[in-house]
Ligand binder design. Structure first.
Ligand code: CP
Length: 330
């Protein structure tokens, strides 16, 4: 493990030796905690009148988003700017992909322009891993199909830890379309490593019993599991990834699984409600619940900036202390 030098007074150092962030499945408990602790330091920087630090001065961060995004793309851009990196967005529409250039060749050309980090979102699971095999720069997975969304998982953990003071020993419900959710997978890997109990809840067509193999409890009756949860993370129905109808109608889904004020009355008084976004009001949760006192949805967005600053800093911030140079990292 290396020790990252402090980018600015007030930023804690953290053990870190990875070149890429491809998923939370690969990370140890200590590495996850190192990112969360580093993110806490960046929260403080965001409260300063001068919010910029020179940690990534001279570095170039490219955003390659092959799927739409509001939160992730914007917060990576802002995070890179706050760390003094140059940033550039790549948009597949209007690019030479339409002329037959391959995904890897496209990425290699972007790397040839001096990219130090590629932040990639792609509908195909494993696309970031493919780039990590073929390119020399750091790769950050910003969501690959239904596989993983590691920075969202870290945002959710940071939001829970800030609200509850711990992860260990908590019961966290993941509600909704688990099968098609990359956020669910990243949450499960990280929450279980940090000692939380995870309950997956939704219709059987979206929550296969086989997920018990990931160390989770599987449940189909929300009203029965809700009283046991300290946290519920409400996941969006991923209609764009579903093939065929997996429940009779949105109305029936909402009847059994939408988070309503009535259902909140069954929950613990201090239930923390998360939703990674985008949210569909009236489908997964009612507007009054989305905007209510249990909801930490906008806190998640705010924490996203700190988490993405921490990830960029740990992967390619200037290392002034001992440890492997950037090109020797795994
Ligand atoms: N949570 C999330 O990934 O949001 P975006 O799709 O807007 O980036």
């Amino acid at each position: 493990m290396t020790v990252a030098s402090s980018p600015s007074p007030g930023v804690k150092t953290a053990p870190w030796s990875r070149k890429h962030l491809l998923g939370l499945e690969d990370l140890s408990r200590e590495e996850i905690v190192a990112i969360l602790d580093t993110a806490e330091s960046f929260v403080e920087i965001s409260t300063r009148s001068r919010k910029k630090v020179p940690a990534l001065q001279g570095r170039i961060v490219f955003n390659l988003f092959f799927e739409n995004s509001t939160r992730t793309r914007t917060s990576f851009s802002l995070a890179a700017k706050r760390l003094s990196a140059d940033t550039q967005d790549f948009s597949p529409s209007g690019s030479s992909l339409s002329k037959g250039e391959s995904f890897i060749d496209t990425a290699k050309n972007i790397e040839a322009m001096g990219a130090d980090v590629l932040v990639i979102r792609h509908p195909t699971p494993g696309a970031p891993h493919l780039l990590a095999q073929h390119l020399k720069c750091s790769i950050i997975n910003a969501g690959d199909g239904a596989h993983e969304h590691p920075t969202q998982g870290l945002v959710d953990l940071m939001t829970i830890r800030r609200a509850k003071g711990r992860i260990d020993g908590l019961t966290v419900g993941l509600l909704g379309d688990i099968s098609h959710s990359r956020v669910a997978r990243s949450n499960i890997w990280a929450l279980t490593k940090l000692g939380a109990k995870v309950i997956l809840c939704g219709p059987p067509t979206l929550v296969p019993r086989s997920w018990e193999r990931m160390g989770c409890e599987v449940a189909y009756h929300l009203d029965e599991v809700l009283p046991r949860c300290d946290v519920v993370n409400v996941l969006r129905i991923q209609f764009e990834r579903q093939q065929g109808a997996l429940f009779p109608s949105v109305g029936e889904y909402s009847q059994f699984y939408m988070m309503t004020q009535e259902r909140l009355n069954l929950a613990k008084a201090d239930l923390l409600l998360l939703a990674p976004g985008p949210i569909n009001r009236g489908v997964e949760l009612t507007p009054e619940v989305a905007d209510g006192k249990h909801s930490a949805i906008l806190n998640q967005v705010a924490n996203g900036l700190a988490v993405r600053m921490a990830v960029l800093y740990l992967l390619c911030g200037r290392m002034e202390t001992k440890g492997p140079p950037l090109d020797k990292r795994r």
